[in-house]
Design a protein around this ligand. Structure first.
Ligand SMILES: Cc1ncc(COP(=O)(O)O)c(C=O)c1O
Length: 492
């Protein structure tokens, strides 16, 4: 029993045995929940009562831990987004694993702060970063940091680029001291987080010059060269290029070697957004797809996408550690590192990013990679790519469906076609079809717009999917499309 008096309270359980029993029950329930995923819909709308339950005034008095858990299982647990399910292929959201979930519990129990100090958790993060430096052929002098995700990894990488490439002391003087307007480049298919970074870094999205893409949705390299030359002639200061290792819309990979060559020649920072695509490098047979990525000055990638680690965790690697350090390091007196003791340690992650307090996201990565080994990850990633090619075949074979983009990696974009219907009407039709598909609970792809055409988009980073899941997807899309066509009285 907790011996605290009413005058000296704490938040530990009144009854440790009861809390232990509840913890065991939670673990049992969660393992069963994951084991039986296939028996449930991918997604279902929240019941009104559950929604209402989550609109209450702040609770001023206690509820027993058992009752709080019951509220969770009744009102929250039945309504996931769906990305744990074998037939979820929406946005680019990974699946998670049981070990990843358990590691989250262990990390929260230790509850360390990875901003700095001399303790084991920092060493775990350093170890994870060393692993990815090796796997992605980065040099020993590179550094890195785990982030909340790809958006933050892109932002940190581009911050280093901006700070290091600037012709002036940007950290002290700010952008208003710039003798020339700074500009950087990415393809029109670059992820929205790159634009957000341009805005947040004070560069302005007008100065992120978007380079057109070819029919494979890859950056047209001569257009990049032309844009840089034009901007130099117009008095701008080009400082960086973002290459895509797997675009969010279609999984296209830019010619990273060519971009690396241009950056070398033009003295520009080469940032690669490899949010999910970078991970194909774990598969020996797929690794050539991202050739040139290893030449990046900074590389952003996510571990919560194609390493299937529970959300959140991404990473940025920076080729030269001093660049990384010099972009962020700042130490107030209360943060100075000491020669010995808990404030010791030579590598404080708060010197390599924006966060001071940082969670132990490294543990779930470390434990998962230890559990499965890199070879297995490479195999499952390759399996995802093969399953995606299988889906593309199914789409191509279905008379009602039209594929709208090449399938270089793990994304298939397609739509249901109604003969005689124009693009605008087809856009509305396919959007309605997709919402009905979500409501059916059978499968959950999402959407994008390619050249003005609304498409159903499957982005596959799901270790639980089987080929039969894609059979069911195509059958169900065709069935819903046929029903919708009939209900609207359109088509033949
Ligand atoms: C290519 C690309 N870059 C960046 C991101 C952003 O990553 P996150 O959602 O982890 O912030 C995504 C997300 O899907 C992406 O596909």
């Amino acid at each position: 029993m907790n011996p605290s008096s009413p005058l000296e309270q704490n938040l530990d359980p009144q009854n440790w045995d009861a809390m232990r029993a509840l913890g065991h029950r939670m673990v049992d329930d969660m393992m069963t929940y994951l084991e039986t995923l296939r028996e449930r819909p991918v997604w279902q709308p929240m019941a009104d009562e559950a929604r209402e339950f989550l609109h209450q005034p702040p609770p001023m008095t206690p509820t027993t831990p058992e009752a709080v858990y019951a509220e969770f299982t009744e009102n929250i647990l039945p309504y996931p987004l769906g990305n744990i399910h074998p037939r979820f292929w929406g946005w680019v959201i990974g699946t998670g694993t049981p070990m990843g979930a358990l590691a989250e519990m262990l990390a929260a129990t230790m509850n360390p702060n990875l901003g700095g100090g001399d303790h084991a958790a920092n060493q775990v993060e350093l170890q994870v970063i060393e692993w990815f430096k090796t796997l992605f052929d980065f040099p020993a002098e590179a550094s890195g940091i785990l982030t909340s995700g790809g958006s933050m990894a892109n932002t940190l990488g581009l911050t280093v680029a901006r700070n290091i490439a600037a012709e002036f002391d940007i950290r002290h003087e700010g952008l208003s001291a710039a003798p020339r307007t700074m500009r950087f480049y990415a393809s029109t298919e670059a992820h929205s987080s790159v634009k957000k970074a341009a805005e947040m870094l004070g560069l302005g999205s007008d100065h992120l010059r978007l380079i057109p893409v070819d029919e494979n949705f890859e950056m047209i390299i001569p257009e990049l060269e032309k844009a840089i030359a034009e901007d130099r002639a117009a008095g701008y200061y080009p400082f960086a290029v973002v290459g895509n290792a797997g675009t969010v819309n279609t999984g296209a990979v830019d010619d990273l070697e060519a971009i690396a060559d241009i950056c070398q020649r033009e003295k520009l920072w080469f940032h690669v957004d490899g949010a999910f695509g970078a991970l194909v490098a774990l598969s020996p047979e797929l690794k050539p797809m991202v050739k040139g990525m290893e030449r990046a000055d900074s590389l952003a990638f996510d571990l919560h996408k194609w390493l299937y680690i529970p959300i959140e965790v991404g990473c940025v690697l920076v080729r030269r550690e001093p660049d990384h350090f010099n972009a962020f390091a700042t130490r107030a007196s209360y943060l100075a590192s000491h020669e010995r003791g808990a404030a010791g340690g030579t590598h404080w992650f708060s010197d390599y990013g924006i966060q001071l307090s940082r969670g132990f996201r490294a543990l779930k990565v470390w434990m998962s990679v230890r559990e499965h080994g890199i070879e297995k990850y490479g195999q499952v990633i390759a399996q995802n790519v093969a399953q995606t090619a299988y889906l593309a075949q199914l789409v191509d074979a279905a008379l009602e469906l039209e594929r709208l983009a090449p399938v270089p990696m793990n994304i298939v974009c397609f739509r249901y076609v109604v003969p005689g219907m124009d693009d605008e009407a087809l856009n509305t039709f396919n959007k309605e079809l997709l919402m009905r598909l979500h409501e059916s609970g059978v499968a959950l792809p999402t959407y994008t717009v390619l050249k003005g055409k609304y498409v159903i988009r499957v982005a596959h980073v799901n270790h639980r999917s089987r080929r039969e899941d894609f059979d069911l997807l195509v059958e169900t899309v065709v069935k819903i499309g046929n029903e919708l066509k009939e209900a609207m009285g359109v088509g033949a």
